[in-house]
Ligand binder design. Structure first.
Ligand code: 13P
Ligand code: ZN
Length: 269
């Protein structure tokens, strides 16, 4: 069977990277059943032949009008599809969609009519926001990292920047590689427009947000970098929990040590 990836190396590489990250999410235990989703803005790889491809699905509403998405194309994990299957067969467990000119609906164009993730409202609203900002970010990732989700069940960690400061202080690299920290999104219904809007509201200040009692949502230039940010934060959460399991509250790096790091690595305050 022919594929939209045939003779399109850059696009094929993009999808390969999605498959690689999907495998990591499964190995980490962050992707039970169909848990989590990935979308990539692939518009830069779209040629005239792709633009001429017919729809292979009905027209579906997005649920919002996202005016920056006119003429954009996205690779999306399919709803109810497993990350572990996306890892092995990305084009059977995901699809490429085209946003229609009304900016409020889309069609699937390749390879199979796999309906995109139920979190599409959040993903597309975020891509719309990123384009509006002139951002270079093309990838968005939602996943269920065990320790970060566990922390979101505790009120004190949901206060602004409390979790960020704690996680940064567990190991110096966390601030270096996740310099904007972790934004907090109060619990919202999965897949809802409300969740999409709350996520965008935090992305001005953070690249990774924690959806209370659900998961994280991260944006980056590519999907590997989005995964890295979540991995670094979750590693810090693991160190915190390991210390607690040994029976003590970890000291964390001192303010002095954090300050020294911030200056040496030229990080934002
Ligand atoms: P999908 O299978 O629709 O992508 O949903 C998974 C999920 O994690 C919803 O929050
Ligand atoms: Zn989820």
């Amino acid at each position: 069977m022919s594929s939209i990836l045939d003779n399109r190396d850059a696009l094929a590489l993009e999808v390969e990277q999605v498959a690689e990250v999907a495998g990591y999410l499964w190995q980490k235990g962050w992707a039970e059943r169909n848990g989590g989703n990935i979308t990539i803005n692939i518009t830069e790889h779209v040629d005239d032949a792709i633009r001429a491809m017919p729809a292979i699905s009905p027209i579906y509403p997005i649920g919002a009008t996202l005016s920056n998405l006119k003429g954009c194309y996205f690779f999306c994990k399919g709803t109810n599809k497993r990350m572990r299957d996306l890892a092995r067969r990305p084009m059977e467990n995901g699809s490429v969609i085209r946003i229609l000119d009304d900016c409020a609906s889309y069609v699937i164009i390749a390879d199979n009519p796999v309906k995109p993730t139920s979190e599409l409202p959040s993903h597309l609203a975020v891509h719309n926001y990123l384009i509006g900002k002139g951002s270079t970010y093309k990838a968005s990732l939602h996943t269920h990292p065990i320790e970060l989700v566990a922390m979101s069940h505790c009120k004190k960690f949901l206060e602004k920047d409390v979790a960020t400061r704690l996680l940064w202080s567990m190991i110096p690299e966390t601030k270096a590689f996740c310099p904007r920290g972790l934004g907090i999104i109060p619990y919202r219904l999965p897949g809802s427009i409300d969740l999409a809007e709350s996520t965008i509201a935090e992305l001005g200040d953070y690249d990774v947000t924690l959806w209370e009692k659900h998961g994280v949502f991260a944006v980056e230039n590519d999907i590997m970098q989005a995964f890295d940010q979540v991995d670094v934060l979750n590693k810090s959460a693991l160190i915190y929990i390991a210390a607690k399991n040994m029976g003590f509250e970890p000291d964390g790096m001192t303010d002095e040590q954090m300050k020294e790091m911030t200056v040496a690595f030229n990080l934002p305050k």
